[in-house]
Design a protein around this ligand. Structure first.
Ligand SMILES: Cc1cc2nc3c(=O)[nH]c(=O)nc-3n(C[C@H](O)[C@H](O)[C@H](O)COP(=O)(O)OP(=O)(O)OC[C@H]3O[C@@H](n4cnc5c(N)ncnc54)[C@H](O)[C@@H]3O)c2cc1C
Length: 391
């Protein structure tokens, strides 16, 4: 991976920073026992806290946040790199990834006061975010949401419902997409909601991915938000949200590709040891080697796209093509890899403590969230191939 960073980012003004970040993460990983990640996969809450604390202590949540606000500076590459490296070692936290996504519109469109109040405390881990976007009736069609914030005096009064919200119970703030009184088509607005506000109710869903990660439905009943909860201009939220999608797709690709590497590494180690027919290990059979080699090639191809997309993003160029293709290829390759990992671990693959099931569930979810792969294919067909919009 160092070779990709060296060749693609050698000319970046932040090259030194990124080299330092890689060393920091390598050091962090060495500080945890090698198979400690399996404790994370089975939901050891203390271990999850310890990992997050190590990320905060190293200042890594300050990557992408300007030095003016106490961050480490740099571009999107910082977050992509850290997520990729931690995930390769089973140590990436969905909480940190979500907070990273949510801060982008705030950092780009918030006032200095809003950044100080909401984004700065996320660097040290004092505050965490969740995303309040999906609604049961609107689903993928975010423009069809019904949740509404209406201005009353100096407050916004919020009513409605969101669903599949990851880590809602652990989040201090929700990055909320809602309609307001504006009736222009597509007029969405974004707010930062204090998740402990009276009138916010959570209901846990029976969805399992990895570790302590949980999903919730979130209900809003006359929730009062202060005037400064609105980020940027009323009605421009859809634009802000779409501007952040490439970053989201690139970071989620990093999480996914790291998982693919981890599943591959564990599986290769296992099949190279396991002997059942004489002295030749299971890993010596072509029927085992070829599908793993295929996944290795697909994972590396997606990683190249991801870093190329990140480079374009950080240069202020259009990263949509690579961000979408990387999300598609990484989630498919990683999910296939985790399925093979289960297969080649035999019965042990279905043991939660081995960790492969949790990796499979998570990579499976990433084919649906944060955006389903069909919508990514729609994007590629329409915008990269000039075909008519199909929906
Ligand atoms: C584990 C997990 C965590 C999540 N975390 C969050 C979160 O933190 N915050 C949040 O707001 N949301 C979250 N989501 C929601 C996720 O973003 C949505 O599930 C996703 O956007 C799809 O919405 P839906 O589930 O209602 O599916 P629907 O919109 O009902 O779509 C169902 C299926 O139909 C197909 N489909 C839909 N539209 C098209 C089309 N135009 N062309 C072709 N096929 C199509 C796709 O296969 C899709 O999966 C999470 C979901 C999961 C599974």
């Amino acid at each position: 991976m160092r070779d990709i960073i060296d060749s693609l980012f050698a000319g970046s003004e932040h090259h030194e920073l990124y080299m330092g970040v890689m060393e920091t993460v390598e050091g962090m990983v060495r500080d945890f026992p090698q198979d400690a990640w399996k404790r994370k996969m089975v939901g050891d809450a203390q271990f999850e806290k310890d990992i997050l604390q190590a990320v905060y202590d190293a200042g890594l949540m300050g990557l992408g946040v300007s030095e003016q606000y106490g961050g480490m500076g740099g571009g999107l590459l910082g977050q992509v790199l850290v997520t990729d490296m931690l995930s390769q070692n089973g140590l990436a936290s969905m909480g940190a990834v979500l907070t990273g996504f949510c801060r982008e519109p705030l950092l780009n469109h918030g006032t200095a006061e809003q950044i100080e109040k909401y984004a700065v405390p996320s660097i040290s881990g004092d505050k965490a975010f969740c995303i309040l976007a999906t609604e049961p009736d609107a689903g993928t069609n975010t423009f069809n949401i019904a949740t509404k914030a209406v201005k009353q005096g100096d407050k916004w009064i919020l009513n409605g419902q969101k669903t599949y919200v990851t880590q809602a119970a652990d989040a201090d703030y929700g990055f909320l997409i809602a309609k307001t009184g504006l009736d222009a088509p597509g007029a969405l607005s974004v707010f930062v909601l204090d998740m402990k506000s009276p009138g916010v109710e959570l209901q846990e869903l029976n969805i399992r991915t990895m570790g302590t990660e949980k999903q919730y439905s979130v209900f809003f009943d006359d929730v009062a938000m202060p005037a400064d909860a609105l980020i940027g201009e009323e009605g421009k939220g859809g634009k802000y949200m779409f501007a952040g999608l490439n970053a989201e797709r690139l970071i989620i690709s990093a999480l996914t590709l790291g998982m693919s590497d981890l599943a591959l590494r564990e599986t290769v180690a296992y099949v190279n040891e396991r002997q059942i027919f004489g002295k030749a290990p299971v890993g010596s059979y072509q029927g085992v080697q070829h599908p793993l080699a295929q996944c290795k090639a697909e994972t590396e191809a997606a990683r190249l796209m991801m870093y190329q997309g990140t480079k374009l993003f950080d240069e202020g160029k259009d990263a949509s093509k690579y961000a979408n293709m990387a999300k598609l290829l990484s989630s498919n390759a990683a999910n296939t890899m985790c399925d093979l990992a289960i297969q080649f671990h035999g019965g042990g693959g279905l043991d939660e403590d081995i960790g492969m099931l949790a990796l499979w569930r998570t990579t499976r979810a990433i084919r649906i969230a944060p955006i389903n792969n069909e919508m990514v294919l729609n994007y590629i067909a329409q915008h990269c191939m000039g075909m008519p919009r199909s929906y």
